[in-house]
Design a protein around this ligand. Sequence first.
Ligand SMILES: NC(=O)c1ccc[n+]([C@@H]2O[C@H](COP(=O)([O-])OP(=O)(O)OC[C@H]3O[C@@H](n4cnc5c(N)ncnc54)[C@H](O)[C@@H]3O)[C@@H](O)[C@H]2O)c1
Length: 458
Amino acid sequence: MKVKNICCIGAGYVGGPTMSVIAQKNKHITVNVVDMNIDKISAWNSKDLDRLPIYEPGLSKVVNEARGRNLFFSTEIDKHIDEADMIFISVNTPTKTHGEGMGYAADLKYVEACAKQIAKISKSDKIVVEKSTVPVRTSEKIKEILNRYNKNVKFEILSNPEFLAEGTAMRDLEIPDRVIIGGDNSSAIDSLVKIYSSWVPEKNILTTNLWSSELSKLTANAFLAQRISSINSLSELCEETGADIEEVSKAIGMDSRIGSSFLKTSVAFGGSCFQKDILNLVYIARTLGLKKVADYWEQIIIINEHQRNRFSKKIIQTIDSNNLNPKVQILGWAFKKDTNDSRESAAIYVADNLIKSKISINIYDPKVKQSQIFFDLNYINNDEIKNKELVSVKNNMLKCKFNTNVIAILTEWDEFKHYDWGQIYKKMNKPAYIFDGRNILDRKKLESIGFNYIGIGR
Ligand SMILES: NC(=O)c1ccc[n+]([C@@H]2O[C@H](COP(=O)([O-])OP(=O)(O)OC[C@H]3O[C@@H](n4cnc5c(N)ncnc54)[C@H](O)[C@@H]3O)[C@@H](O)[C@H]2O)c1
């Protein structure tokens, strides 16, 4: 099939950037990104490119180039499903919060709703592409729904998981290590290969069967998170032995068999994907009776929780044992730098631990809005009154008063490295402590200013 019209359901962190790049590279294809969230779509259509719903370096330039030419954002879901030759499902697949598999399995209700809607609307043959991260064999379920609700149209299903990382999404989409396309119909596979090959070298486009493609995505995230939990577990050992985790990670990363990426210790990994995808993998293994396999992968999550709790505990103990004013200035809320996404951010959990200990906090993040910060806290602890009482948010760093003994850095934003720490020290109550949850500051320099510096694993 020669694809002339694409519809992508879901204008989120994956759908928006991915379709922007597909449209930029394939001017002959009309790409409609649809979402049921009206505010999100109007933000995507905003004239002011600073108001796009997603902050991602380089994104606004691509949107500016393609939007209105062959890239469109719309809430008219049925219309664009009907017109499309190829439909990407790029909706959220969070961990289930109730029912069978609660706390582990991926909730496929949004994916299934899309499949049902596609089936009900379609009058012509379509290629349906699973872009969302889903459990292995989900495409079978999608196929079953499509065929149950529409017997007149031929649907081909492809799995095309997304490997972009937030913060570097545009670069990852521009020069992906690989694109995986899983399917059982060679003509449908070719149609999608053709779209990607307009900018990705064919040797980097891997075609597989459906199940391998689905499982590759889950396992890629599990492997990446495993490296972070491995190095984080060693950070605790370093603190007990006098070894320095930065030196250890450099030493092991220089081994070409290991490699240096994802060996940076931190307060914990966050983001919408790692935890949910590992929990999903654990669930799949457990339902197949593979207890040892499930326990092995679950340990990654256990270490991650342990790391952020241990970080919080150090702050609380420092405040208690030194009888300090129970107040902390938090720098950074996003789960990593260069994104406004705070889903599963370590900052949420650390802040909640502090709030539970009746410590008041002031929060500053360069990109996450105040409303999102309160949403995150209210969601995690369900205690709106206490959050209002103990939390304040400053969207401008110059408005932060720093009239506290304790600063905690929870996101590795570059701007934090370039602050005038001497000036900040002068404003702070003494003794002054910095808990550097990302090991981004120069310990010697801060200690020479007068700070007590507490990093991770050193
Ligand atoms: N965020 C990442 O870095 C990343 C990377 C790779 C893969 N993924 C996977 O991609 C998928 C999407 O993730 P995301 O971060 O873009 O999620 P997101 O929450 O940012 O966006 C999903 C969007 O889908 C919309 N939606 C849900 N159901 C809908 C429906 N029936 N009709 C229309 N719109 C609907 C929501 O309103 C939302 O805007 C997930 O499965 C995720 O695991 C995410």
